[in-house]
Design a protein around this ligand. Sequence first.
Ligand SMILES: [Zn+2]
Length: 131
Amino acid sequence: MTSVCSACGSSLQPDAAWCGRCLTPITRPAEATDRPPMWLETQRRERVSFDHVVYSRWRPGPTSFGALGRTVMTLLVLLGSIVGYPLTRGALVAFVGVDAPGRPFLVGYAIVASVVSLYLLVQIWKRARVA
Ligand SMILES: [Zn+2]
């Protein structure tokens, strides 16, 4: 749709706020009501951006860490699984009042720690949207 200035009759840019020649402010009541609601425009814009969504394991995104952050978290998980053993054993002594038998408890702990660590590592290294 081409519109013309009501004051000087020159043709106007489609989304101009005022006339380029005489600077008369442009009011378009009919167009204003035809305009789609804001939420629809936002939705449309997001749908367009989905066309070039990029997922990455290495690059940081708005909701994810990059390679460095993930490596640090990985080390923390590994460290936690090692430190967790004496902590868990100490907690047993402190709260339950019995010392866990060495080797069977270590094996049991290793199994639980492996499962938990594996789960955490999968979460950490999950591909995340970066663009
Ligand atoms: Zn004009």
